[in-house]
Design a protein around this ligand. Structure first.
Ligand code: NAP
Length: 271
């Protein structure tokens, strides 16, 4: 069964269609298999056009759905849950992408215990995100499958079996795109310091990150360690740089500290 089959004939409500909600909606529209009701107080022109083209109900009457996706800002949880409730009656699973909101926070405000907590990341906007997800014990296998299919519309989905691990997912892939952008900035700055015109260094660094990412994507069976070894001749220039990056206080140590800091902060925000 493909993810698209998992959406066939399903009805879904989307509460909040800002950046992330709209990305999900565009992913579902591309699959053309799902009937959607959208609740959004300030619909953008893009949202209105998409709903009109797909025949999705926008701010219409609520009726029970198979799944409700909650995509409001975390601080709007109370209002979002109230808007979701009439769609939930009848046994829907609720999929929340609200950063820092725990299953217990969500279930306390919703007329169901079947809740999935998900953490997507920004490349979802181009269908290339990755989402970490955790399902409450009350979520059935079928409801988890439907949630997986809905989240898969914007990229890969990885399930964890301990809710606490969502904080680590947040620290690795949720915040991860910013680490990669910062890497590109640092590479450009180092290139400029070493003598390149700044704009040229920025272009080189950007294209390098883009190209290396694409190479990795096209070789899913090959680990990044192997890809790295293939471009590192003994005694060569790459080896000289990697010796610095691999030092005890090098990149691995920095990433460990960075991920630990993000994980700690995620725990504080959901606490
Ligand atoms: N962007 C990311 O990379 C990312 C990654 C992981 C998780 N998330 C999570 O995704 C959620 C949404 O983020 P976002 O960047 O998409 O935020 P956003 O662009 O602000 O979208 C939220 C939308 O929900 C609407 N809304 C507010 N109250 C509502 C209500 N009661 N009923 C229906 N809609 C309501 C907002 O409308 P108004 O503008 O009128 O308030 C807004 O259009 C957040 O909880 C965030 O933690 C985002």
């Amino acid at each position: 069964m493909t993810d698209a089959d998992g959406l066939r004939g399903k009805s879904v409500a989307l509460i909040g269609a800002g950046n992330m909600g709209l990305a999900l909606l565009e992913g579902w529209a591309a699959q053309d298999l799902v009937s959607v009701s959208v609740v959004e107080p300030q619909p953008s022109q893009r949202l209105q056009a998409l709903c009109a083209a797909q025949g999705y109900a926008l701010n219409g009457a609520a009726s029970p759905c198979d799944a409700v996706v909650l995509a409001v800002k975390p601080q709007a949880l109370d209002a979002g849950a109230a808007a979701a409730a009439p769609f939930v009656a009848g046994g829907a699973v609720v999929v929340s992408i609200l950063a820092g909101k725990r299953i217990a926070d969500l279930a306390a405000r919703l007329p169901t215990q079947a809740v999935v907590r998900a953490m997507p990341n920004t490349p979802a906007a181009i269908g290339r995100g990755v989402t970490g997800a955790y399902a409450s014990a009350a979520t059935s296998v079928a409801q988890r499958g439907l949630s997986d299919a809905l989240l898969s519309a914007v990229g890969g989905v990885e399930w964890v079996d301990d809710e606490a691990l969502i904080d680590v997912v947040t620290a690795v892939s949720g915040s991860g795109p910013a680490y990669v952008f910062y890497f590109a900035e640092c590479l450009a700055a180092a290139g400029a310091e070493a003598g390149l015109p700044a704009a040229l260094a920025a272009r080189l660094a950007r294209a390098t990150v883009e190209g290396a990412g694409e190479l990795m994507r096209r070789q899913p069976e090959t680990g990044p360690d192997e890809l790295r070894r293939r471009v590192t001749s003994p005694g060569g220039t790459t080896a000289a740089a990697l010796e610095v990056l691999e030092a005890p206080d090098g990149l691995a140590a920095l990433m460990r500290r960075a991920v630990a800091a993000a994980k700690r902060r995620a725990g504080e925000l959901s606490g």
